[in-house]
Ligand binder design. Sequence first.
Ligand code: ADP
Ligand code: MG
Length: 311
Amino acid sequence: MGESTLGEPALTESVPLLEVRGVSKYFGGVNALRDISLQVHPGEVTCVLGDNGAGKSTLIKILSGVFQPDSGDLLIDGTPVTLAGPREARGHGIATVFQDLATVPLMSLWRNFFLGQEPTRGWGPLRRIDTARARSVMRAEVLRMGIDIRDPNQSVGTLSGGERQALAIARAIYFGARVLILDEPTSALGVRQSGIVLKYIAQAREQGKGVIFITHNPHHAYPVGDRFFLLKRGRVLADVRKAGTSVSELTELMAGGAELAELSAELMGPDHGAATGEAGQAAEIGREIAREAAHAEEVLGGAKPAAPLDE
Ligand SMILES: Nc1ncnc2c1ncn2[C@@H]1O[C@H](COP(=O)(O)OP(=O)(O)O)[C@@H](O)[C@H]1O
Ligand SMILES: [Mg+2]
């Protein structure tokens, strides 16, 4: 960091750790992303908001090397790159925590923490996993996130959802992530557990990481976010800094989209699920959004996160 290139603008902003410029992505006839530009800066939380089908996961899959963009550029530290896959992204310090694939339920906590990158001792045929060290490192790292593991041998399945996310985040940070991408880490969690995950996001920011937090919940995004990026059906609906918006404005933007989609679903009638083309897809997305909105309302009751963000 800190190296400056010719023609760079004044040092008002750092070089983005990660950036996409004018990225588009198609799946057959579906234009999942259209001309998207986004920058991830160190020590900032960039929230990507949007309802189902908005293109959030597609965007983070491009950022984490799972997909290649059909057009546009991906830049790491200001340099255009082509990533062959997630492993290469990890090599650049970009770690992605997927909602369901973050941890393996039956595996012990310490094995899950290392997953093939265990510390070893001895050489050649005598080389083996240093289990004592692996256990103590894992315990110490997770303790840094405020979780005191009694037994590193206990299985991941014994942890709560929030603790599992914390384990995955601690692992990403331990293995040197500079950019942490979290795909809907709070969507399956209760209010209290969501609060815990939000606290870890704030911690990662304080450590100078660039964080991308994907969610469809403005009440989760607003307290930790520095920048809000609203996607709707592959397009940018809004790109605002915290100072330029409020939780109610974000909610309104999101809800406006849901209402329109719900209305279009109603107008299409209930039997258009099998319809093809744009209209059928819009109706399906509309129904999905309506279910989601009802669920979110049920779970959160429009409340603020229960746990305080700093202490
Ligand atoms: N692998 C895929 N093959 C075909 N279509 C896909 C694929 N992944 C995503 N899509 C489509 O791209 C659009 C955006 O999906 P996605 O990025 O998963 O949205 P989100 O994560 O915001 O819910 C949707 O219309 C979805 O059906
Ligand atoms: Mg998704």
